[in-house]
Design a protein around this ligand. Structure first.
Ligand code: NDP
Ligand code: OXD
Length: 308
Protein backbone atom coordinates (compact mmCIF):
# COMPACT_ATOMS: atom_id res chain seq x y z
CA UNK A 1 0.00 0.00 0.00
CA UNK A 2 1.45 3.37 -1.03
CA UNK A 3 0.76 7.06 -0.68
CA UNK A 4 0.81 9.65 -3.43
CA UNK A 5 1.24 13.35 -2.78
CA UNK A 6 -0.56 15.47 -5.38
CA UNK A 7 -0.14 19.16 -4.78
CA UNK A 8 -0.09 22.50 -6.54
CA UNK A 9 0.95 25.82 -5.00
CA UNK A 10 2.56 23.96 -2.08
CA UNK A 11 6.07 22.61 -1.85
CA UNK A 12 5.88 18.81 -1.43
CA UNK A 13 9.43 18.50 0.04
CA UNK A 14 8.64 19.38 3.69
CA UNK A 15 5.70 16.96 3.54
CA UNK A 16 7.80 14.09 2.27
CA UNK A 17 10.43 14.85 4.91
CA UNK A 18 7.84 14.94 7.70
CA UNK A 19 6.48 11.53 6.66
CA UNK A 20 9.91 9.99 6.17
CA UNK A 21 11.06 11.29 9.57
CA UNK A 22 8.15 9.43 11.15
CA UNK A 23 8.41 6.30 9.06
CA UNK A 24 11.48 5.85 6.82
CA UNK A 25 9.98 2.70 5.26
CA UNK A 26 6.83 4.45 4.07
CA UNK A 27 6.35 4.34 0.31
CA UNK A 28 5.38 7.92 -0.48
CA UNK A 29 5.57 9.14 -4.08
CA UNK A 30 5.18 12.64 -5.44
CA UNK A 31 2.91 13.05 -8.47
CA UNK A 32 3.71 12.92 -11.40
CA UNK A 33 6.69 10.67 -10.50
CA UNK A 34 4.65 7.61 -9.66
CA UNK A 35 6.23 4.20 -10.32
CA UNK A 36 3.21 1.92 -10.06
CA UNK A 37 -0.23 3.56 -10.14
CA UNK A 38 -1.95 0.37 -9.00
CA UNK A 39 -0.02 0.40 -5.69
CA UNK A 40 -1.56 3.74 -4.67
CA UNK A 41 -4.40 3.52 -2.14
CA UNK A 42 -4.03 6.78 -0.29
CA UNK A 43 -3.57 10.29 -1.68
CA UNK A 44 -2.69 13.55 0.02
CA UNK A 45 -3.99 16.47 -1.99
CA UNK A 46 -3.84 20.22 -2.34
CA UNK A 47 -5.52 21.81 -5.36
CA UNK A 48 -4.96 18.84 -7.65
CA UNK A 49 -5.76 19.10 -11.33
CA UNK A 50 -9.28 17.86 -12.02
CA UNK A 51 -9.41 14.23 -13.13
CA UNK A 52 -5.91 13.37 -11.92
CA UNK A 53 -7.06 10.65 -9.54
CA UNK A 54 -8.72 8.62 -12.30
CA UNK A 55 -5.33 7.02 -13.02
CA UNK A 56 -5.18 5.35 -9.55
CA UNK A 57 -7.58 2.39 -9.82
CA UNK A 58 -7.12 1.28 -6.19
CA UNK A 59 -7.47 4.67 -4.51
CA UNK A 60 -9.50 4.49 -1.27
CA UNK A 61 -8.83 7.74 0.59
CA UNK A 62 -7.94 11.32 -0.30
CA UNK A 63 -6.63 13.40 2.60
CA UNK A 64 -6.78 17.17 2.22
CA UNK A 65 -3.60 18.99 3.23
CA UNK A 66 -5.81 21.63 4.82
CA UNK A 67 -9.08 22.13 6.67
CA UNK A 68 -10.96 22.92 3.46
CA UNK A 69 -12.02 20.16 1.08
CA UNK A 70 -13.82 21.95 -1.74
CA UNK A 71 -10.71 21.57 -3.92
CA UNK A 72 -11.30 17.80 -3.70
CA UNK A 73 -15.10 17.63 -3.68
CA UNK A 74 -15.51 19.85 -6.75
CA UNK A 75 -13.76 17.14 -8.81
CA UNK A 76 -16.77 15.11 -9.94
CA UNK A 77 -14.54 12.42 -11.49
CA UNK A 78 -13.64 11.09 -8.02
CA UNK A 79 -15.72 7.95 -7.36
CA UNK A 80 -18.26 8.17 -4.51
CA UNK A 81 -16.55 5.19 -2.85
CA UNK A 82 -13.38 7.23 -2.23
CA UNK A 83 -13.35 8.66 1.30
CA UNK A 84 -12.22 12.23 1.93
CA UNK A 85 -10.62 13.50 5.13
CA UNK A 86 -9.57 16.94 6.28
CA UNK A 87 -7.17 18.47 8.77
CA UNK A 88 -8.26 19.39 12.28
CA UNK A 89 -5.19 20.60 14.12
CA UNK A 90 -4.65 22.67 17.27
CA UNK A 91 -1.93 24.82 15.70
CA UNK A 92 -4.05 25.54 12.62
CA UNK A 93 -6.97 26.45 14.89
CA UNK A 94 -4.94 28.72 17.19
CA UNK A 95 -3.30 30.49 14.24
CA UNK A 96 -6.68 31.21 12.68
CA UNK A 97 -8.11 32.56 15.94
CA UNK A 98 -5.06 34.85 16.29
CA UNK A 99 -5.35 36.09 12.72
CA UNK A 100 -9.04 36.91 13.07
CA UNK A 101 -8.41 38.83 16.31
CA UNK A 102 -5.51 40.67 14.69
CA UNK A 103 -7.70 41.77 11.77
CA UNK A 104 -10.53 42.90 14.05
CA UNK A 105 -8.11 45.03 16.08
CA UNK A 106 -6.53 46.28 12.84
CA UNK A 107 -9.97 47.54 11.84
CA UNK A 108 -11.10 49.18 15.05
CA UNK A 109 -7.67 50.83 15.64
CA UNK A 110 -7.78 52.31 12.07
CA UNK A 111 -4.39 50.85 11.12
CA UNK A 112 -5.14 50.76 7.38
CA UNK A 113 -6.15 54.44 7.53
CA UNK A 114 -2.90 55.36 9.30
CA UNK A 115 -0.78 53.28 6.91
CA UNK A 116 -2.36 55.14 3.97
CA UNK A 117 -1.64 58.49 5.65
CA UNK A 118 1.95 57.45 6.29
CA UNK A 119 2.42 56.98 2.53
CA UNK A 120 1.33 60.63 2.13
CA UNK A 121 3.33 61.82 5.22
CA UNK A 122 0.01 63.09 6.54
CA UNK A 123 -0.65 63.39 10.31
CA UNK A 124 -4.32 62.88 11.16
CA UNK A 125 -5.71 61.79 14.49
CA UNK A 126 -8.79 59.58 14.31
CA UNK A 127 -10.74 58.29 17.29
CA UNK A 128 -11.13 54.56 17.69
CA UNK A 129 -13.65 52.13 19.18
CA UNK A 130 -13.25 49.87 22.21
CA UNK A 131 -13.77 46.15 21.46
CA UNK A 132 -16.73 46.00 23.87
CA UNK A 133 -18.55 48.51 21.65
CA UNK A 134 -18.21 46.30 18.57
CA UNK A 135 -20.26 43.26 17.60
CA UNK A 136 -18.47 40.68 15.46
CA UNK A 137 -20.52 38.18 13.46
CA UNK A 138 -18.64 34.94 12.86
CA UNK A 139 -20.12 33.13 9.84
CA UNK A 140 -19.42 29.43 10.16
CA UNK A 141 -19.14 28.11 13.69
CA UNK A 142 -17.13 24.95 13.17
CA UNK A 143 -13.65 24.17 14.44
CA UNK A 144 -12.13 27.48 13.29
CA UNK A 145 -15.15 29.77 13.71
CA UNK A 146 -15.68 28.63 17.28
CA UNK A 147 -12.02 29.17 18.21
CA UNK A 148 -12.01 32.62 16.60
CA UNK A 149 -15.23 33.57 18.38
CA UNK A 150 -13.87 32.50 21.77
CA UNK A 151 -10.65 34.44 21.19
CA UNK A 152 -12.66 37.56 20.29
CA UNK A 153 -14.84 37.16 23.36
CA UNK A 154 -11.73 36.86 25.56
CA UNK A 155 -10.55 40.12 24.03
CA UNK A 156 -13.79 41.91 24.95
CA UNK A 157 -15.59 41.92 21.58
CA UNK A 158 -19.31 41.12 21.49
CA UNK A 159 -19.81 38.02 19.34
CA UNK A 160 -22.65 36.46 17.32
CA UNK A 161 -22.30 33.22 15.38
CA UNK A 162 -23.97 31.78 12.28
CA UNK A 163 -24.19 28.07 11.55
CA UNK A 164 -26.59 25.55 10.05
CA UNK A 165 -27.58 24.10 13.42
CA UNK A 166 -28.22 26.11 16.60
CA UNK A 167 -25.28 26.31 19.02
CA UNK A 168 -25.27 26.90 22.74
CA UNK A 169 -22.11 28.66 23.88
CA UNK A 170 -22.28 31.02 26.83
CA UNK A 171 -21.94 34.66 25.89
CA UNK A 172 -22.21 34.06 22.12
CA UNK A 173 -25.60 34.53 20.44
CA UNK A 174 -26.25 31.79 17.90
CA UNK A 175 -28.04 32.44 14.60
CA UNK A 176 -28.92 29.77 12.06
CA UNK A 177 -29.00 30.07 8.28
CA UNK A 178 -32.69 31.17 8.11
CA UNK A 179 -31.73 34.11 10.35
CA UNK A 180 -28.97 35.35 8.04
CA UNK A 181 -30.53 38.80 7.53
CA UNK A 182 -30.75 39.56 11.24
CA UNK A 183 -27.26 38.17 11.80
CA UNK A 184 -25.87 40.44 9.06
CA UNK A 185 -27.76 43.49 10.34
CA UNK A 186 -25.99 43.14 13.71
CA UNK A 187 -22.45 42.43 12.40
CA UNK A 188 -20.25 45.53 12.66
CA UNK A 189 -17.40 43.24 11.74
CA UNK A 190 -18.23 40.19 9.60
CA UNK A 191 -15.80 37.25 9.68
CA UNK A 192 -16.33 34.54 7.07
CA UNK A 193 -15.23 31.07 8.17
CA UNK A 194 -17.73 29.03 6.16
CA UNK A 195 -16.89 26.02 4.04
CA UNK A 196 -17.65 26.24 0.31
CA UNK A 197 -20.95 24.50 -0.46
CA UNK A 198 -23.74 25.15 -2.96
CA UNK A 199 -25.37 27.42 -0.31
CA UNK A 200 -22.30 29.43 0.59
CA UNK A 201 -20.77 30.15 -2.83
CA UNK A 202 -21.07 33.90 -3.52
CA UNK A 203 -22.86 34.42 -0.18
CA UNK A 204 -20.84 37.64 0.26
CA UNK A 205 -22.65 39.41 -2.57
CA UNK A 206 -24.00 42.95 -2.93
CA UNK A 207 -27.43 42.24 -1.40
CA UNK A 208 -26.05 40.46 1.63
CA UNK A 209 -23.13 42.83 2.26
CA UNK A 210 -25.56 45.75 1.98
CA UNK A 211 -27.43 44.31 4.98
CA UNK A 212 -24.39 44.94 7.20
CA UNK A 213 -24.52 48.14 9.27
CA UNK A 214 -22.98 51.22 7.67
CA UNK A 215 -19.17 51.36 8.07
CA UNK A 216 -18.93 47.64 8.69
CA UNK A 217 -15.67 45.77 8.21
CA UNK A 218 -15.50 42.45 6.34
CA UNK A 219 -12.88 39.78 6.97
CA UNK A 220 -12.77 36.83 4.57
CA UNK A 221 -10.44 34.05 5.71
CA UNK A 222 -12.45 31.15 4.27
CA UNK A 223 -12.41 30.95 0.47
CA UNK A 224 -12.42 33.48 -2.35
CA UNK A 225 -15.50 31.87 -3.91
CA UNK A 226 -17.64 33.18 -1.03
CA UNK A 227 -16.99 36.76 -2.13
CA UNK A 228 -18.29 38.58 -5.21
CA UNK A 229 -15.25 40.82 -5.47
CA UNK A 230 -16.82 43.48 -7.73
CA UNK A 231 -19.78 43.80 -5.32
CA UNK A 232 -17.39 44.28 -2.42
CA UNK A 233 -15.47 47.00 -4.27
CA UNK A 234 -18.74 48.77 -5.11
CA UNK A 235 -19.84 48.81 -1.45
CA UNK A 236 -16.41 50.07 -0.32
CA UNK A 237 -16.58 52.82 -2.95
CA UNK A 238 -20.12 53.73 -1.89
CA UNK A 239 -18.76 54.08 1.70
CA UNK A 240 -21.19 51.48 2.96
CA UNK A 241 -18.22 49.34 4.07
CA UNK A 242 -15.15 50.83 5.74
CA UNK A 243 -12.61 48.03 5.34
CA UNK A 244 -12.12 44.58 3.86
CA UNK A 245 -9.37 42.27 5.10
CA UNK A 246 -9.01 39.55 2.50
CA UNK A 247 -6.81 36.49 2.82
CA UNK A 248 -8.48 34.46 0.07
CA UNK A 249 -9.49 35.33 -3.49
CA UNK A 250 -11.50 34.14 -6.48
CA UNK A 251 -8.17 33.59 -8.26
CA UNK A 252 -5.01 32.78 -6.32
CA UNK A 253 -2.35 34.07 -6.62
CA UNK A 254 -4.29 37.35 -6.86
CA UNK A 255 -3.70 38.65 -10.42
CA UNK A 256 -1.61 41.84 -10.64
CA UNK A 257 -4.45 43.59 -12.48
CA UNK A 258 -6.90 43.08 -9.58
CA UNK A 259 -8.23 46.36 -8.17
CA UNK A 260 -8.06 44.82 -4.71
CA UNK A 261 -4.26 45.16 -4.53
CA UNK A 262 -4.29 48.95 -4.41
CA UNK A 263 -7.72 49.75 -2.98
CA UNK A 264 -7.21 52.11 0.00
CA UNK A 265 -9.80 50.22 2.06
CA UNK A 266 -8.56 46.70 1.34
CA UNK A 267 -5.91 44.71 3.15
CA UNK A 268 -4.52 41.80 1.13
CA UNK A 269 -2.72 38.78 2.57
CA UNK A 270 -1.75 35.78 0.40
CA UNK A 271 -3.79 32.94 1.97
CA UNK A 272 -1.68 32.83 5.11
CA UNK A 273 -4.33 33.22 7.84
CA UNK A 274 -3.46 29.78 9.10
CA UNK A 275 -1.05 27.43 7.38
CA UNK A 276 -0.84 23.68 7.83
CA UNK A 277 2.50 22.65 9.32
CA UNK A 278 3.32 19.19 7.91
CA UNK A 279 5.13 18.24 11.14
CA UNK A 280 2.05 19.08 13.17
CA UNK A 281 -0.37 16.98 11.06
CA UNK A 282 1.74 14.06 9.91
CA UNK A 283 0.54 11.85 12.80
CA UNK A 284 -3.15 12.30 12.03
CA UNK A 285 -2.61 11.50 8.34
CA UNK A 286 -0.48 8.42 9.11
CA UNK A 287 -3.07 7.33 11.65
CA UNK A 288 -5.72 7.46 8.93
CA UNK A 289 -3.44 5.57 6.53
CA UNK A 290 -3.18 2.80 9.15
CA UNK A 291 -6.91 2.93 9.78
CA UNK A 292 -7.55 2.50 6.06
CA UNK A 293 -5.18 -0.49 5.95
CA UNK A 294 -7.01 -2.06 8.90
CA UNK A 295 -10.52 -1.20 7.65
CA UNK A 296 -11.14 1.04 10.65
CA UNK A 297 -13.25 4.19 10.75
CA UNK A 298 -11.27 7.24 9.59
CA UNK A 299 -10.82 10.37 11.70
CA UNK A 300 -11.99 13.78 10.42
CA UNK A 301 -13.83 12.19 7.51
CA UNK A 302 -15.89 14.63 5.47
CA UNK A 303 -19.57 14.02 4.78
CA UNK A 304 -19.49 14.13 0.98
CA UNK A 305 -23.23 14.87 0.81
CA UNK A 306 -22.99 17.82 3.19
CA UNK A 307 -19.72 18.86 1.47
CA UNK A 308 -17.86 19.79 4.68
P1 NDP B 1 -16.04 23.22 9.81
O1 NDP B 1 -16.49 22.20 8.84
O2 NDP B 1 -15.53 22.76 11.15
O3 NDP B 1 -17.22 24.28 10.10
C1 NDP B 1 -18.09 24.73 9.14
C2 NDP B 1 -19.16 25.60 9.80
O4 NDP B 1 -19.94 26.24 8.79
C3 NDP B 1 -20.13 24.81 10.67
O5 NDP B 1 -20.41 25.54 11.85
C4 NDP B 1 -21.39 24.73 9.79
O6 NDP B 1 -22.61 24.65 10.54
C5 NDP B 1 -21.32 26.06 9.09
N1 NDP B 1 -22.11 26.10 7.84
C6 NDP B 1 -22.03 25.27 6.77
N2 NDP B 1 -22.92 25.63 5.82
C7 NDP B 1 -23.57 26.72 6.30
C8 NDP B 1 -24.60 27.56 5.81
N3 NDP B 1 -25.15 27.35 4.60
N4 NDP B 1 -25.03 28.60 6.57
C9 NDP B 1 -24.49 28.80 7.80
N5 NDP B 1 -23.50 28.04 8.33
C10 NDP B 1 -23.05 27.01 7.59
O7 NDP B 1 -14.91 24.09 9.07
P2 NDP B 1 -13.60 24.77 9.69
O8 NDP B 1 -14.01 25.68 10.78
O9 NDP B 1 -12.58 23.74 10.01
O10 NDP B 1 -13.06 25.58 8.41
C11 NDP B 1 -13.81 26.57 7.75
C12 NDP B 1 -13.13 26.97 6.45
O11 NDP B 1 -11.98 27.77 6.70
C13 NDP B 1 -12.55 25.83 5.61
O12 NDP B 1 -13.57 25.21 4.84
C14 NDP B 1 -11.51 26.52 4.75
O13 NDP B 1 -12.08 26.88 3.51
C15 NDP B 1 -11.16 27.78 5.52
N6 NDP B 1 -9.75 27.83 5.93
C16 NDP B 1 -8.96 28.89 5.52
C17 NDP B 1 -7.64 28.98 5.91
C18 NDP B 1 -6.81 30.14 5.52
O14 NDP B 1 -5.59 30.14 5.76
N7 NDP B 1 -7.37 31.19 4.97
C19 NDP B 1 -7.01 27.94 6.72
C20 NDP B 1 -7.91 26.88 7.11
C21 NDP B 1 -9.23 26.84 6.70
P3 NDP B 1 -22.94 23.39 11.51
O15 NDP B 1 -21.98 23.52 12.69
O16 NDP B 1 -24.34 23.62 11.94
O17 NDP B 1 -22.70 22.16 10.70
C1 OXD C 1 -7.02 25.16 4.59
C2 OXD C 1 -6.31 26.30 4.01
O1 OXD C 1 -8.11 24.84 4.13
O2 OXD C 1 -5.09 26.40 4.18
O3 OXD C 1 -6.47 24.56 5.54
O4 OXD C 1 -6.94 27.16 3.40
Amino acid sequence: MSIVLVCNHRDPKPWVKAFKDKNPDLDIQVYPDVKDVSSINFAISWQHEQGVFAQFPNLKVIASMGAGVHHILKDKTIPKSVKVTRIVDDNLTKDMADFVLLNCLYGIRNLKFHAQNQLDKYWEIKSYQQPEAVKVGVMGFGVLGKAAAKQLKLNRFKVNSLSKSRKNIEGITSFIEDELDQFLAESQILVCLLPITEDTKAILNYDNLKKLPENAQVINVARGQHMVEDDLIQLLNEDHLSLACLDVFQTEPLPTESKLWSHPKVSVTPHVASMTDPNSVVNQILDNFNRMENNKRLKNEVDREKAY
